[in-house]
Design a protein around this ligand. Sequence first.
Ligand SMILES: *[C@@H]1O[C@H](CO)[C@@H](O)[C@H](O)[C@H]1NC(C)=O
Ligand SMILES: *[C@@H]1O[C@H](CO)[C@@H](O)[C@H](O)[C@H]1NC(C)=O
Length: 409
Amino acid sequence: MAIIKCFIKIVINIHIFHLLTLKTSANLCNQSNLDQNQECNSEKNNKYSKEANTKYLQYFNLIYDAKRNYKVCNMNRCNCHTPVLLQDLKIFKEKGISENLIQNVKTKGTKYQIINHKLYREPNCLFPSRCSGIEHFILELLTDLPDMEFIVNTRDWPQVSRRHGFFGPVFSFSKTDEFYDIMYPAWAFWEGGPAISQYPTGIGRWDNHRQKLGKLGNATKWEDKIPKVFFRGSRTCSERDSLVLLSREDPELVDAQYTKNQAWKSDVDTLYAPPAKEVSFEDHCKYKYLFNYRGVAASFRFKHILLCKSVVFHVGDDWREFFYAALKPWIHYIPVDAKATKEQIRELIEFSINNDDMVKEIAENGYNMIWNNLRMRDISCYWKKLLKKYAGLMTYKPIIDETLIEIRK
Ligand SMILES: *[C@@H]1O[C@H](CO)[C@@H](O)[C@H](O)[C@H]1NC(C)=O
Ligand SMILES: *[C@@H]1O[C@H](CO)[C@@H](O)[C@H](O)[C@H]1NC(C)=O
């Protein structure tokens, strides 16, 4: 159903594009930097570019549309992300958050309380380093936070499905439209992220990664990047197969290989090839084209590879973190359908190679969005706004739960 919908939309858009080109081709060329478009550049008006441009018309159009609809958000006080928490809390607005609702979801995560500017938690946390990555942010904010209690899910998977029979507020780091969970900034901004050989204690300390990758992204010239698609990751999801298979077929165009994950037993788990070594974020930045796939839920790497100032192909749009909504397809990244075939992926890559200036701009936009709007202070700001708004929806005053322990810095 989803695919059919997309297809119809593209067809209609091409139609509109034709109508627009008739009237305002000069303007269009200017606005969308369509310097490869035959209408814009007669020198390139040879047989090849004509063919290519007919093929790429749908992408030119999608970029043009995205630019026309794009509204730059206000960077102050994490405003670029605020609509997301308002949206997540909207369902609780009418009736508020009652003690009953908390009871409904008590077992879906770890219970926390903030009472008199002190933080309390259940003694046991399912993933201690995840809890600690979450508490790092809350502890800093305590003086500004009113009394409240809430349930934090530290699993990857969200908990409150529209299809289940229960309902209540659960904080989760990632979700799809199917879930009522309230998104919070993942623990991995501080600690508790997945461990790979380069980051044995887990990908964490976003402040450090941001500085290092942000500098590297600026220091590496676009022209000096290897003009190849690069991907390394484990086979958490078969969505990744098309790119890996394309890489085996055309290693000059794509270098995409599976690494081991904890469940790896034999080459079957890496799609009948020996597992590749894991690769640091810094080494990803050497390549012009990077792919981001969902993992079990959203993938932590998205924000890191956007700071390479390479162009990011983001596959699928179901799984989100709180900051994804500020990132727009064709403005900050190139969207790829989760069910895209090898051939469709190849066409997108070829489009990018043949429209270098256009995708370079997307790479820069992606960098700027993350660099400017995903600072540590933006993460804290989001937590603060989220918890204050949440507390404002509570219909009762929580009293201290003696089974909890106090958490201090
Ligand atoms: C580009 O924009 C300028 C100013 O709006 C206009 O004069 C010019 O004709 C446009 N088209 C091209 C192809 O330069
Ligand atoms: C990278 O360049 C941009 C644009 O000039 C700038 O705003 C940003 O601060 C730079 N990043 C770093 C890490 O210096």
